[in-house]
Design a binder for this molecule. Structure first.
Ligand SMILES: CC(C)(COP(=O)(O)OP(=O)(O)OC[C@H]1O[C@@H](n2cnc3c(N)ncnc32)[C@H](O)[C@@H]1OP(=O)(O)O)[C@@H](O)C(=O)NCCC(=O)NCCS
Length: 151
């Protein structure tokens, strides 16, 4: 498994992995568009097939995980943990000292990942996600406080 910086030439690979993880996934154009912003960066895990990706944004002293996804065939092998480690290392190089994300309150896998990385629950957005026929789902807002990396 290779971890590569998320660049526009990998937009199709990212879209393939994202489509296996989310309904309403980002397509190639959406990845190209978001990565065009200078404050956006991420990583892609590539094996024989695109395995996963993480996309983040850092502005001033705050960073945000915009999306993270791992294709089902590659789950529970530490891919998301490796993607988050790379992202957090990159964020530590910026001025950011806090990392925020939103996650569906029922997403046991993602919350387990974020808990294990030290993210804390700092808020709830009631009915934030529209799940169509399944109704609306709450979002948890989570935050990780970062220590500057020792040089
Ligand atoms: C959430 C997701 C990214 C995890 O990817 P992954 O590569 O399988 O995760 P990892 O193997 O790196 O697991 C890291 C830790 O996350 C937690 N975790 C992962 N999957 C879990 C599950 N199904 N149930 C409970 N905890 C889980 C565990 O703490 C795990 O550590 P462990 O394996 O040592 O127990 C993946 O399930 C996914 O893409 N889901 C769909 C998209 C999504 O929900 N994205 C997040 C939106 S906020």
């Amino acid at each position: 498994m290779n971890l590569l910086p998320a660049t526009a030439d990998l937009a199709e690979a990212m879209a393939v992995a994202h489509a296996q993880a989310f309904e309403g996934a980002w397509d190639r154009a959406a990845f190209e568009e978001v990565l065009a912003a200078p404050e956006v960066f991420g990583f892609v895990a590539l094996g024989q097939d695109p395995a996963g990706l993480v996309i983040c944004r850092a502005v001033a002293d705050e960073a945000e995980v915009l999306t993270i996804a791992v294709a089902p065939a590659s789950r529970r092998r530490g891919v998301a943990r490796a993607l988050m480690a790379a992202a957090l290392d990159r964020i530590r190089l910026c001025a950011a000292r806090e990392v925020f994300l939103e996650v569906d309150a029922a997403n046991v896998a993602a919350i387990g990942l974020y808990d294990s990385l030290g993210f804390k629950r700092v808020g709830v957005r009631k009915g934030y996600y529209d799940r169509g026929a399944a109704g609306r789902a709450d979002a948890l807002l989570m935050r990780l406080d970062l220590e500057p990396k020792a040089l």
